[in-house]
Design a protein around this ligand. Sequence first.
Ligand code: CAA
Length: 692
Amino acid sequence: MTDTPVTVAFDGDLALVTVDNPPVNALRQAVRVGLVDAVKAVEESPAKAAVLLCAGRTFIAGADIREFDMGPLLPHLTDVVGTIEMCSKPWIAAIHGTALGGGLEVALGCHYRVASPSAKMGLPEVHLGILPGAGGTQRLPRIVGAAPAVEMITTGAPVSAAKAKAMGLLAEIVEGDLTEGAKAFARSVMDAAPPRIDRAPARPAPTEAEWGAMRKAVEKAAKGQMSPVGCFDAIREAFRLDLDKGLEAERAGFMILKNSDQSKALRHAFFAERAVAKPKAIEGASPRAINRVAVVGGGLMGSGIATSLLQAGIPVTMIETSDEAAAAGVGRVEANLASAVKRGIMGEDAKAKLMGMLTPASDYAAAAGADLAIEAVFEEMPIKQKVFAALDEAMGAEAILATNTSYLNPDEIARGLRNPARVIGLHFFSPAHVMKLVEIVQAKETSAEVLATGFDLAKKMRKVGVLSGVCDGFIGNRMLSAYRRVCDYMMEDMRAIEPIDAAMRAFGLPMGPFQLMDLAGLQIGWATRKRLAPTRDPKVRYVTVADAICEAGRFGQKTGAGWYRYEDGRTPLSDPWVLDVIEKAAEAAGRKKRSFTADEIQRRAMAAMINEGAKILDEGIAARPLDIDMVKLFGYGFPRWRGGPMMHADLVGCDQVLADMEAVAADDPGSWVVSPLLRKVAKDGGFGKLNG
Ligand code: CAA
């Protein structure tokens, strides 16, 4: 990082102002100071216009998010933008890469904008729980109108250069050299006074009814997140207030959102999403090239994994038990890709090309040339062991052997095989071509190089890889089982499931625990309970309702019934039969009926989940709290605006979580162990410090 990240050079009648603040030219304080100084230098020079350029891979990608927690560092960006706008000579922003957030706001302060054809422009602040705080909500609607501004700002989605030109956001798209094109454009406008954005309220204003409809749509899409609505309200002010008053209102809205827990959580998610790919365990290790993967199993999981690999450009050999089963697997991949074509994600040509990279086989010998094999067969130890033994025989001793198991121990699956350093868990989530999470499981002897290859592969597959140690259920499913257990206890005590599902939806999860079980299917959970039954601690309370539901052949949505009934195959309907089963189970267990409010349900559910997270950290299964947060965000629909369970604990206060967990544990003595780490962080300031 240079200390003079903004330089001014002169070229004939033009000043060339260059921002050089790698990696993404974020607007840290020194850049803001440099821009104000540059305006002064331009004013004092004989130059007739200024071209604003950026060095490196992109135009300014926004405010420096790391400065958000540092208190006010002057000058404010909004004043910097205003200073550029008030320059007596025209400024031309020359945009390449991405002009995002504060970056686009700087460009909006310039009097003209030109861009490379591949440039993108957006105001993604909504994803950080804030609103564009440097004039974006006031200047954009004055340039492009109400509806396009609402769309861009409340969704945060960037627009292409072509779209920006059509919206009136760009004066010109520069084919060829951007600097030269921008300079030529500047010379064509330098003799005229710089055009200024109208300071009167924006026009034409939508009607009250149109504003009402737009706000409703924004609220619905926001699903509990405050910033889209905050953005909308700020944009509306552009149509009521003159520019200066509108900027004041925008600043006030920005400060409220910036200080909100939601914004803190979303900023945590932004940095955690990047940090999760860089665990200490792979420091200094180089990933191996993966030129072909053998996927064993062509069922739902195997075909999803194969689809995702093909989409990453990696050829796949799909091994099944027979030619017919392999053909069925290929059919599933084809259906996945066909749905991508239908959704406009790829064309028929691309689909045909990917299908050409898929080789079906019914013999392990076909795995011989692959650098990696991923087994996705039935979740039974002897079956998985057989598959690994066959792969060991068919493949080179260096080829990486990965298991997609959700619960089983990879070390046991690979017991007795050559070279255990190449054994790894790659736990995908269903549907594997859609879900972004992959738990990268470090077995006892997995080498750093093999782990790094797992992370590299996840990135190529556009997935979020999270490092996990070995335990039953790894990070995600182990947390899920603690959450389900506490929900089961509340279910039996309340004799109800719907208030629990409703409370967790209100918390921000896409569905409640019972709905989720019905969607995922109840068989795997049942098999796991049976597997663990012999070693189950008799002191731990056990709720039998799920077993009774499975014994009745109700395995969830796919069978038309589970915790709910499904007459249309999709809509959960309350079922008196289930309530009766719960009533009987509760009676047999001697449980007194009691009720919990939605707040109590949420707090108990979160306490059990966070307590399990603390144990997972303590045991070294997860390296950092942020790893747990990313598992829940990308694999389980945990609301991003809550940052993940461990961040949520810090936001509500770990002392409160501890008190909630102690209450849960006191209700069922012997059933819970309150994590010593939770007790510790409750005293000394939360989980955040453990993120390093
Ligand atoms: N502030 C601080 N650091 C940032 C940053 C920002 N705005 N944007 C990116 N970075 C950092 C990343 O954390 C990452 O750091 P590490 O290498 O240490 O992990 C590094 O820059 C490179 O980023 P990516 O790995 O994401 O690189 P990429 O090429 O994949 O993506 C990008 C580049 C599209 C610009 C992406 O980084 C991005 O979307 N950045 C955020 C853009 C954004 O949200 N801007 C709005 C900021 S808020 C604002 O501007 C408020 C306002 O109105 C005043």
